[in-house]
Design a protein around this ligand. Structure first.
Ligand code: IVH
Length: 237
């Protein structure tokens, strides 16, 4: 699982655009998908013949922890998919709703246990719990953001990230409703500015916006650096 390059303002967003354009100089207009950057723990879910067979954490990006039993307790993660391909990998973010996080800390303070510093740590700590019954009680949630069929060209299922998100939703995953398809970098900037304050009204934590080039053909042309995809950037708050 790759990580994302960070940008902290619109100038850095523009610099990212100039960088990807150097790798695809013949591109004129490009669409961007803006998604909220959920502040939780990345998970990779594997389905075989429509059945959830593995849930893994990101770990160091190459080797993660097998947390399948815990993942099975997350209600927004389907255990079975309808009309599935033989093998599917879905990636997304597990998180604790703010209300649940506060309740867990209240309970911990009552029994003198150390409090979790933030919902991200609480989610990560919960996913590593040895007892799935505790995980079940903590009501973790999950937003899916990537659909991948190993060994198959991703463009054979959908041609764009926007379509992939629609497909994930049809398969029964929870996909964040606040995504936006943007025709220009100006629209991306407006989305980023809007969510800077609006995110404080959401029932979960976000720490930025993830901007992805919509076209899988363009994504493929751009590829990856040692650490990051060239076709996406995390625009942080
Ligand atoms: S895409 C190859 N989309 O942010 C790109 N990541 O800082 C894969 N994250 O490790 C990531 N919300 O855990 C993507 N809508 C979103 C996200 C998202 C949160 C996390 C993810 C990733 C980290 C990178």
């Amino acid at each position: 699982l790759y990580s994302l390059e960070n940008a902290f303002n619109i100038d850095e967003l523009k610099a990212w655009e100039q960088r990807w354009r150097r790798h695809a100089p013949k591109t004129d207009s490009a669409e961007y998908v803006c998604e909220l950057k959920i502040d939780g723990s990345a998970l990779a879910l594997t389905y075989e013949n429509g059945v959830l067979v593995r849930g893994a954490t990101r770990g160091d990006g190459i080797t993660g922890e097998d947390i399948t039993q815990n993942v099975r307790t997350i209600r927004s993660i389907p255990l079975r998919l309808m009309e599935p391909p033989a093998r599917v990998e879905v990636r997304g973010e597990a998180f604790l709703p703010l209300e649940v996080f506060q309740q867990i800390n209240r309970e911990r303070s009552q029994v003198g246990e150390q409090l979790f510093a933030n919902p991200r740590n609480a989610a990560a700590g919960t996913l590593r719990q040895l007892d799935p019954r505790i995980v079940d009680r903590r009501r973790l949630d999950f937003f899916a953001y990537t659909l991948h069929i190993p060994g198959r060209d991703d463009a054979s299922i959908s041609r764009t990230q926007w379509e992939a998100l629609e497909l994930l939703q049809q398969m029964g995953f929870r996909v964040n409703p606040h995504r936006k398809l943007c025709e220009s970098l100006q629209e991306v900037a407006a989305y980023y500015e809007y969510w800077d304050t609006e995110r404080l009204n959401l029932p979960y934590m976000t720490d930025g916006v993830v901007v992805k080039l919509n076209s899988f053909a363009l994504q493929e042309q751009l590829g990856f650096t040692q650490k990051f995809p060239r076709w996406a950037v995390a625009l942080k708050y």
